[in-house]
Design a protein around this ligand. Structure first.
Ligand SMILES: NC(=O)c1ccc[n+]([C@@H]2O[C@H](COP(=O)([O-])OP(=O)(O)OC[C@H]3O[C@@H](n4cnc5c(N)ncnc54)[C@H](OP(=O)(O)O)[C@@H]3O)[C@@H](O)[C@H]2O)c1
Length: 239
């Protein structure tokens, strides 16, 4: 018999894009987003980037305050359209600002994190503020970034650990994040690799292996959005 998946079995996340940070535009965008997804509600909605493009329509130097966008998310929560609220790509000062005025606190930050960019300070900061981290590009996007000189799939230190556990380098990399209570969203076009990336719960890295993984940090961010460097809300001049 075919297995029927119900809405309650799924956790659906969507994001609010940069063109819709102003309060009324954000509200409309949330409703349009749900309509496009053909959903009554989403489980989590994130502000995708702190860099608002609304300013270009009005004054590029005065983009809407993040709390304005946040209030639109709170409105959507209040009417039952979004269950939980979060941020993506915000730095700690920008998160502080949201926390300072939020009636409903962000539950999560989605940000780049992988063995070469481990985000120690951010992880500590989020823990202190009761927020979770979702690691994007958790495999450091090996296809695109191998030529930059780092690749989790061929890293000898990761290979050594993987061999010991009879797991792949990708699995050890993802397990390292999960074992720190970080959620991971690896992307794969292959069903086989998707399954591989979920098989993370039948082994455990030892304290020594966790230390070895920690030592791989190069504090090297891949996604810099350099074309937005002069934007007043550009996040990556700070952690
Ligand atoms: N919030 C944001 O601003 C933001 C920014 C960047 C990314 N993200 C999200 O984060 C997710 C993942 O990020 P990402 O795609 O940049 O990087 P990633 O997940 O670290 O790497 C994806 C690459 O890894 C390969 N791969 C996946 N599993 C593998 C495995 N088990 N063994 C070998 N290769 C494997 C994939 O190739 P195959 O397809 O061939 O398996 C793909 O080329 C995406 O859903 C993306 O939308 C969010």
């Amino acid at each position: 018999m075919a297995k029927i998946i119900q809405r309650k079995d799924l956790f659906i996340v969507t994001k609010l894009w940069n063109n819709f940070h102003a309060f009324e535009r954000a509200k409309q965008h949330i409703m349009d987003n749900l309509k496009q997804l053909q959903l009554d509600y989403v489980d989590l909605m994130l502000i995708h980037w702190p860099t608002s493009f609304d300013g270009k329509i009005g004054d590029p130097n005065t983009p809407p305050d993040h709390l304005e966008t946040w209030k639109a998310l709170e409105w959507a929560h209040k009417i039952g359209k979004v269950k939980s609220l979060g941020l993506a790509n915000f730095n700690h000062k920008q998160i502080d600002h949201v926390l300072s005025g939020a009636k409903i606190k962000p539950v999560v930050l989605e940000a780049e994190m992988h063995p070469y960019y481990q985000q120690k300070k951010m992880k500590d900061y989020l823990k202190k503020n009761g927020m979770a981290l979702i690691a994007y590009s958790p495999l450091a996007n090996p296809g695109q970034n191998a030529e930059r000189g780092f690749n989790v799939l061929t890293d000898p230190a990761i290979s050594k650990i993987a061999k010991r556990h009879k797991k792949s380098n990708a699995q050890v990399t993802l397990r390292y994040a999960v074992q720190q209570n970080v959620a991971v969203i690896p992307k794969s076009s292959s069903p086989k690799r998707l399954a591989e990336n979920m098989a993370l719960f039948d082994f455990q890295l030892s304290d020594e292996e966790m230390k070895q993984m920690a030592s791989l940090d190069r504090k090297k961010k891949m996604i810099l959005m350099e074309h937005l460097k002069n934007h007043p809300q550009y996040p990556f001049n700070d952690w």
